[in-house]
Ligand binder design. Sequence first.
Ligand SMILES: [Zn+2]
Length: 311
Amino acid sequence: MPYSSNLPNGPAERLTPVITETMKYIKIKCNICGSNDYKILYRSNIGSSNPSVEDYTSTVNKYSVFNNIVKCKKCGLVYMNPRDVEVNALYKDVVDNAYLETWQERAETFNEHLKIIAKYKSCGKLLDIGCYAGIFLDEAQKKGYKVTGIEPSVWASDYARKKTGATIINAGCNEKLFFPAKEFDLVTLWDVVEHLDNPSLCLSNIYNYLKRDGIVVITTHDIGSIFAKLMGKRYPWLMRFHFYHFTPTTLSALLAKNKLEVICTKYYSKKFTLDYILSRFGINVKGDILKRIKIPVNLGDMFMIITKKKA
Ligand SMILES: [Zn+2]
């Protein structure tokens, strides 16, 4: 199944694409409440360009490029509508060597995350959904977790498998149930939930994978943050591959719908090297000096939610 249902949390089913003269888009119902009633916040600026593999690559620097960004009138969920179809095929072909160059600073950010996670779950079986090249799995493994990953990119899943020796399933996370019920103590989604075609279905699967006292940890950007509101349609995380733009409130509602209860919400900073930050703005500086300067970036729009199964 190349893409899954537009019904919230429904079984995967084939959708009828909206076909324009040059491209195919798919219309989307609200993933939380199923409503079709929305208002357009920001109109599409992608013109008639067909999506490329680059558009679906983590380190692509095409910021503020998107199809219509809409807000559900019933529950307030912000999402892209319509959006590209058959994106799994694009994710499958992603190769992203630029990402590997940021390994060290990303590992440092993940280590900060692991310190927080350890307060809730300091050992056990861990599943990272959308594990990409395996940076988090590598760090978690060093801390003693028994790690497993799911990753749609063939290149990234191969890299993660070689790096960690762990089981890495090369697939989209909703293609089927890959594990038995109650298999994992901990499931993580690092800046992944906004990419999913059906996050509610994914959370429903995760609920199934989790042990009774298991936890789920999710990070994403906050479309309700002051930074996002100030930037408006120029908010950089409005990108073609970001299908959903949550706030802690809307993400909590989606979790609650899937019988997951929030136990902690916090904002955090990410570390980047100065040369990487400049490269995101198209400024490429030669030499290694800027690579050694690591800057924690916190614009108040990156948040983490930790959840557990409802009793
Ligand atoms: Zn809604």
